[in-house]
Design a binder for this molecule. Sequence first.
Ligand SMILES: [Zn+2]
Length: 433
Amino acid sequence: MTPTQSPSPARRTRGPTEERILEALDVDGMVEAARELVRIPSVSGEETPAQEFVASLMQAHGMDVDRWVIPMEEVGAHPAYGAEVLRRDPLGVVGTWAGSGGGRDLILNGHVDVVPPGDASLWHHPPFSGLVRDGRLHGRGALDLKGPLVAGIFALDAIRRAGVTLAGTVHLMSVVGEEDGGMGTLAAILRGYRAHGAVVLEPTELAVAPAQAGCLSFRIRVAGRAAHGAVREEGVSALEKLIPVYRALQSLESERNRRLSGDPLFGRYSIPFPVSVGTVRGGDWASSVPDRVTIEGRMGLAPGEDPEAARREMETAVAATAGQDPWFREHPPGVEWWGGRFLAARTDPDDPLVRTLHGAASDVLGREVAVEGMPYGADMGILSQVAGIPTVLFGAGDIRRAHRPDESVSVDELADMARVLALATLRFCRPSA
Ligand SMILES: [Zn+2]
């Protein structure tokens, strides 16, 4: 299935049970709960109050809640573990709605951690306001990912309120640590949660995304030699030495994207797997020659790519550049791998989960919904690569509005997302006989 192929064979008209479920969606309750959750600040590492809130929300909506302190020794020792902040006694929360048996099981997954709001003066409303204005829910996490997480809870609630029980079991994972590497989802997997399919509720503008790019975080330290700026030729500027290293990264990006592009799921991006430098630090005095510059960035990974091989590509590219400069022979720029990383992942677009979700989305929205890959990393990598579960990303809103001031999400789109999830869950897990 490609974004241009239509109509989907999975598309069909809605039956009376499905209509009942769509009508049963409690939109007001959903918006109120999402507002409350946005008002609980939960910047990475400080997620416990938000997790407690979600656990009680799930309980109030008829789910059995598993709430546990994540064993960090075990989770931290797993090869897929990645995190940038230290957590003391982080909480795992999974709400389960047990099926009667005989259907397919489904995981819905969303995170409560949010990135810091940054400079609050750049926001038009306070970052944790949870304000609803002009049809949009505002605040850090409204879009990424508290609104969508709550939409998942209310999607299941709609099925329950319509008096329908499911044959398959649904697990709703509320996780910590997504933004810095996915340790919360890894913890839920290590606790034993499995299903026939998983939907990660990340922003896709309601497209069905059976693929995501991955990424690795890197750091490169370039050395120079300090001198008074008045006699700068007696020193070696680390900034000047950085320039060829940076050019090498740009060439690496071009070469990789030429080689790795071609998957139609990533067809709309000219650089689907960027090498991007996010921080530059160096020097300590305006009139000194800087004796060190450190850059940090992320390297995008293609689905199916071996992260170890990708690491070696960058190390080789940097070493080759360094080999051309006698200074670097004595002071080689080192590449370090650190912090958050996301596994790339791809699910067959013909997998029953993808087809079911695509059919439900097209039915609810009344248009042919796109099927395409997402250029950002999320917890899909862990569910797909570590647990082997066919996984898709699906959610309201545009990722471009996340991680910046004035984050917000359309309330109507959240409601549509909940309707799609309700229908897709019913069709995937099947109603109880
Ligand atoms: Zn997210």
